[in-house]
Design a protein around this ligand. Structure first.
Ligand code: NBP
Length: 494
């Protein structure tokens, strides 16, 4: 029996993300039922709802009570740990759901698991969405970027809620129906891959400023604050400026210097790189950021390697004797960071397009750039420019060749090369910036040394090659001809 007291929507899984998203939805005026396996979190959420303005949140300790408290057709958001917990939560709710109800998994789920669950849900007459949610705790509470994909009707059933709960930017709420199947999860995965790239590039900028420029933490904070007022304006640059200002309460100085240099990860960056490889899409900046995390994890080995190489004669002061113009270095690093970032986004966008073509998702890259303008971790001023680039040309082969970005890359390349050159010379590893620059230099060259690689492949494996001057596929008996030629002609060094 339905009554006016039923909730408009339900949410199961009340850890950081679920609790905050539930309060956000309730604050936007949509009564919400909440449930969590460990029931103390239900009570905690209800108590927060009361403290934060008597928000319309009703807590339930049993799956049955929870499901029956929601208006039909029901929409239930899951925000539990990805993988088995999602299946277990669905199993707990399933006996009480009715045909036409929808499940919306908001976790960082592998897109194929979402597609499997969509098929299973359909066999029970249920609709299913896999919805990327980005923005961390604060985003979930005050406006995340939402990337729902799957069954369109499931989206329509909650569109008014998602539109109100999402971050709001100058050109609308940061939510759009991304596409069918696991498109929402896939887009969120690539968002995270791009996030890895951004974080790595920022860390490299910091390393060059600190290790080559000799900037102090307070100077670095001021640099990032300044950058955040220009073309690099973004959430990650903003929080980076803040990080360098936080003192260490235990032993003085800044906390950032006391943090162990080992980066953690949960897997979405790895999936992005794996997918890029599967789809033959070059994503070297994102791959370099993943590799850097792996290498950072080898702390003990790195400490030992530093010692072995010192004993072997490795100089520690490769910089000594060089005079660095700090002001110029700061300006060069800003440009190198910006240009590297464009290459990284180009890689992510091309991965999305390749997957969209494979799966028939019809992803709208400009619209994805728009919903990333607010709420999410990669939100940045320049996403508006990316959006416009794809609006100008929906079939744009690569961001680098959009006329505006092309001009910017060319303007920045001298500074970019100076930064990478300096880093290489003095031994500061900048894998992300180097990967981006190599990506740019490879993509922009009409002729690459791939002719030689083809010749080698044909030499040892008869893999054949194409010619630049005649159509068709060719094979050459390289070793026979080379032997004959060598025996018939004097070598140049003879
Ligand atoms: P966690 O990923 O830490 O998961 C904790 C939640 O999963 C709790 O509600 C927990 O219930 C529930 N859970 C687990 Br663990 N095993 C369960 C099981 N077998 N059956 C039922 N429930 C189970 O929470 P989170 O950090 O809020 O993230 C939720 C989702 O959102 C994840 O997929 C995450 O990757 C994604 N995400 C997180 C962030 C972020 O910043 N944290 C950002 C964007 C997306 P319990 O209380 O009973 O243990």
């Amino acid at each position: 029996m339905e009554s006016a007291v039923l909730s408009r929507i339900g949410l199961a899984g009340l850890a950081v993300m679920g609790q905050n998203l539930a309060l956000n939805i309730a604050e936007k005026g949509f009564p919400i039922s909440v449930y969590n396996r460990t029931t103390s979190k239900v009570d905690e959420t209800v108590s927060r709802a009361s403290d934060e303005g008597s928000l319309p949140v009703s807590g339930h300790h049993s799956p049955r009570e929870f499901v029956l408290s929601i208006r039909r057709p029901r929409s239930i958001i899951l925000l539990v740990k990805a993988g088995n917990p999602v299946d277990q939560t669905i199993s707990a709710l399933l006996p009480f759901l009715d045909p036409g109800d929808s499940i919306i998994d908001g976790g960082n789920e592998w897109y194929e698991l979402t597609e499997r669950r969509q098929r299973e849900a359909a066999s029970h007459g249920l609709l299913y969405l896999g919805m990327g949610v980005s923005g961390g705790e604060d985003g979930a509470r005050h406006g995340p970027s939402l990337m729902p994909g799957g069954h369109l009707q499931a989206y329509k059933n909650v569109e008014e809620i998602l539109v109100r709960a999402a971050a709001q930017v100058d050109d609308g709420p940061c939510v759009t129906f991304v596409g069918e199947g696991g498109a929402g999860n896939f887009v969120k995965m690539v968002h995270n891959g791009i996030e890895y790239g951004d974080m790595q590039l920022i860390a490299e900028a910091y390393d060059v400023l600190r290790s080559a420029g000799g900037l102090s933490n307070s100077e670095i904070a001021a640099v990032f604050e300044e950058w955040n007022r220009g073309e690099l304006e973004s959430f990650l640059v903003e929080i980076t400026a803040d990080i360098f200002c936080v003192p260490d309460e235990h032993s003085g100085g800044e906390l950032v210097d006391k943090i162990l240099d080992k980066t953690g990860m949960k897997g979405t960056g790895k999936w992005t790189v794996q997918q890029a490889a599967e789809l033959s899409i070059a994503a070297p900046t994102i791959a370099a950021s993943l590799d850097s995390r792996y290498l950072s994890g080898l702390k003990d080995e790195r400490v030992a390697a530093a010692e072995v190489l010192k004993q072997a004669g490795m100089e520690s002061g490769l910089l000594s004797g060089r005079s660095i113009d700090k002001k110029k270095l700061i300006d060069d690093v800003r440009q190198a960071l910006y240009a590297s970032k464009i290459c990284s986004y180009a890689q992510g966008m091309n991965l999305l397009r390749a997957k969209s073509e494979e799966k028939g998702w019809n992803l709208n890259l400009g619209e994805l750039a728009r919903i990333w303008k607010g709420g999410c971790i990669i939100r940045a001023r320049f996403l508006d420019r990316i959006k416009k680039a794809y609006e100008r040309n929906r079939g744009l082969a690569n961001l680098i060749v959009d006329p505006e970005f092309a001009r910017e890359m060319v303007q920045r390349q001298a500074a970019w090369r100076r930064v990478v050159g300096l880093a290489v010379e003095v031994g500061i590893s900048t894998p992300g910036m180097c990967a981006s620059l190599a990506y740019f230099d490879t993509y922009r060259r009409a002729r690459l040394p791939a002719n030689l690689v083809q010749a080698q492949r044909d030499y040892f494996g008869a893999h054949t090659y194409e010619r630049v001057d005649h159509p068709g596929s060719f094979h050459t008996e390289w070793s026979k001809i080379a032997r004959k030629t060598k025996s018939g002609a004097a070598g140049v060094f003879n």
